[in-house]
Design a protein. Structure first.
Length: 646
């Protein structure tokens, strides 16, 4: 037994790869290496005493003297639990630190001769006492809490807090007079890293050892105090949501206290994107607030997803990003000319607009409303305007929009809520100054779900659209740099206030001559390209085009004309594929390809006749003459009207 109290001597050694043990407690130790198993077996045959020494480098398999620290811990084997042949868990009582003098054997296991560790300190006895008292007080606080948690977690295991690793009582702490022992006893409570533990193990200056543990003790004590404070708040509070909130607060406070960053990579990622984005400080603050809410929510909860989608939407809006305008009037003229024939009035208006823009860049431009029958190129003109300005082009179709939320977005509280079409358009454009073609603004319909036209009023008002508020986005979005071009077939159904904000440019229908020019310059080349036919392979004669215009289409615009040209191209494509090198399309072949004439206009050639009168019909999509005839029936001499014109 004398050997139990006598430090100096020779003991079997267990080198520890990753763990570091300090004396003063009882704990398990896993034994796996062959030599260590032998050492344990030898010790249990003798006096159950061994020395454990941490390795300097955990990767070394068979450590020699150089691989081990000079200080180890003498320990007594309390119990050995065998898992399988060659694998043990030993319950050890870690007795005290010892100095390793030398390894006296290496086979079949290490044996070391050890001596008492010389302990000194450079500090004065007063300093030492003061620091020891401080450490003891902190440790008492930690131990008290650990005890109360241990008793609480036995009744309520759900809370998930780590069970305290140390197992001291207050009385035991108060009984420790030796400063080094105090340090050793405190260590298990502190969740120290391996390096910190190692330096505590090999440090021989008591004062330094005390000082080394003070920061983590203090931190631990503060965290526990916070927990206790919040714990008191929880007392008697049964509402689940409240409880959850308080617990999350607690988690956050603890994280802050420990200086731990939120480890949620997604939130970090979003935070970085928010920092990098060009959003205004106001928007950034809103986004960050959502992030901090997110960091307190479970990532599987619906609220978390709502908040995340919201932040992602905010990030997708091209805050403060602008494309540079190309304010070159002559270049714009070339682009407009090359894409559309005719339309002189409209082109002139657009060039004027560009010129003014160049001279007074800060002024709000007018909002153009292109009105005209179908197929006269309103929508495609909008696209040309965008390309002539060098801006991004977004078409927003308003036809059949009945719900205000389509324009302004849904409130975020709705499931599946999204920003409205205006903000979606900005996201699509990727810049804050695109050209928005608000197509078919005359087809906006109002019903009881709110008036989308009223929302459009705000969008189109240069005084208000500087801070347009989408219900989903909630923060103001600046639309003042957007160029709006609206299109409509008629103005009757557009509300007066809306009409008032726009400058109307009328596109009337095309004459046959204009249609011919459009067909030659634009539609034919476009359709040939689309059908993969070259100019050598087809000879589309002018008389055929004229015939299509007169006898196969009847419209103000050129949409059907384009369609018929496409049909001709298809027919020609078949012939080319069959091996005919060049297909000629004249008036005659047209009938083979398109079928018999659809509109016969020989009426106009008729001579005036008794009982027939010529009427004129006009609609926005074109006009025609009609013949109204009288017929005589046997009767009572009455006149019966079968219809009415005008
Ligand atoms: N002056 C023109 N020059 C060249 N192509 C034209 C011209 N006018 C119309 N087009 C062509 O006619 C087709 C139909 O035009 P678009 O779709 O822009 O008509 P729209 O006026 O918007 O009609 P809707 O009112 O039905 O929407 C497009 O392919 C367009 O390129
Ligand atoms: Mg259109």
């Amino acid at each position: 037994m004398s050997k139990h109290t006598e430090t100096t001597g020779q003991y079997p050694v267990i080198p520890l790869r990753t763990e570091v043990q300090l004396p003063g407690h009882v704990g398990p130790l896993e034994i796996g290496r062959e030599a260590s198993v032998r050492a344990i077996e030898a010790a249990t045959r003798d006096d159950n005493l061994i020395v454990i020494i941490p390795q300097k480098n955990p990767a070394v398999r068979d450590p020699g003297q150089r691989d081990l620290h000079e200080v180890g811990v003498r320990a007594e084997i309390v119990q050995v639990v065998k898992h399988s042949p060659g694998r043990f868990t030993c319950v050890m009582r870690f007795l005290e630190r010892v100095h390793i003098d030398a390894l006296v054997a290496t086979e079949p296991f290490l044996v070391a001769s050890v001596s008492k560790l010389p302990v000194t300190t450079a500090a004065t006895p007063e300093q030492l006492t003061a620091t020891t008292t401080k450490v003891r007080d902190f440790l008492l606080a930690v131990v008290t809490d650990a005890q109360s948690r241990a008793s609480a977690s036995s009744s309520e295991s759900k809370e998930g807090s780590n069970p305290p690793k140390g197992d001291l009582t207050r009385a035991q702490v108060q009984a420790i007079t030796d400063s080094d022992k105090l340090v050793d006893s405190a260590a298990p409570y502190l969740e120290l890293e391996r390096d910190d533990l190692t330096s505590l193990l090999i440090e021989t200056d008591t004062m330094k050892r005390l000082e080394r543990i003070i920061p983590s003790l203090e931190r631990q004590a503060t965290v526990l105090r916070l927990k206790a404070d919040i714990g008191a708040e929880l007392e008697g509070e049964s509402s689940r949501t409240h409880r959850e909130r308080v617990l999350r607060d607690r988690m956050r406070q603890i994280q802050e206290e420990l200086g731990e960053q939120d480890d949620n990579a997604e939130i970090d990622d979003l935070r970085k994107k928010i920092e990098d984005s060009k959003m205004s400080d106001e928007v950034r603050a809103v986004a960050k607030k959502q992030l901090s809410r997110m960091s307190q929510m479970a990532s599987s909860s619906p609220e978390y997803n709502i908040a995340r989608t919201y932040v992602e939407n905010l990030l997708e809006i091209p805050w403060n990003q602008f494309t540079e305008d190309r304010l070159d009037v002559s270049a714009a003229r070339v682009i407009l000319e090359s894409e559309h024939s005719g339309l002189e009035k409209v082109k002139k208006r657009i060039l004027e607009f560009l010129a003014v823009r160049k001279l007074a860049p800060q002024k709000h431009g007018p909002i153009l409303l292109l009105v005209g029958p179908p197929g006269v190129g309103k929508t495609s003109l909008g696209k040309s305007i965008a390309s002539s300005l060098g801006r991004k082009y977004v078409r927003i179709s308003l036809g059949g929009v009945r719900d205000e939320a389509e324009v302004r977005g849904h409130r975020r509280t709705y499931i599946g809520a999204l920003p409205g079409r205006i903000v979606a358009g900005l996201k699509k454009a990727g810049s804050m100054n695109p050209v928005f073609v608000l197509d078919e603004i005359d087809k906006l319909a109002a019903d009881m779900r709110g008036d989308p036209a009223a929302a459009m009023l705000e969008v189109l008002d240069p005084e208000q659209n500087k801070d347009f508020v989408d219900h989903y986005v909630e923060v103001p979005v600046d639309l003042s740099k957007v160029m709006f071009i609206c299109t409509a077939n008629q103005t009757d159904t557009i509300s007066q206030p809306l009409l008032d904000r726009m400058e109307m440019v009328e596109l009337s229908g095309y004459t046959a001559v204009e249609k011919l020019a459009i067909a030659k310059n634009h539609l034919v080349p476009k359709q040939l390209g689309e059908h993969g036919i070259t100019l050598e392979q087809i000879d589309l004669q002018e008389e055929a085009l004229v015939e299509i215009i007169h006898s196969y289409t009847r419209e103000a615009g050129v949409r059907n004309l384009e369609r018929e040209i496409a049909a001709v191209c298809r027919g020609a494509a078949v012939k080319v594929a069959e091996g005919i090198p060049s297909v000629t399309i004249d008036k005659k072949t047209l009938e083979d390809l398109l079928g018999p004439q659809r509109y016969v206009s020989d009426n106009a050639e008729r001579k005036p006749e008794v009982g027939v009168i010529t009427g004129l019909a006009w609609t926005p999509v074109g006009g025609d003459i009609m013949f109204i005839e009288t017929r005589v029936f046997p009767g009572k001499g009455e006149v019966r009207l079968t219809g009415q014109m005008g």
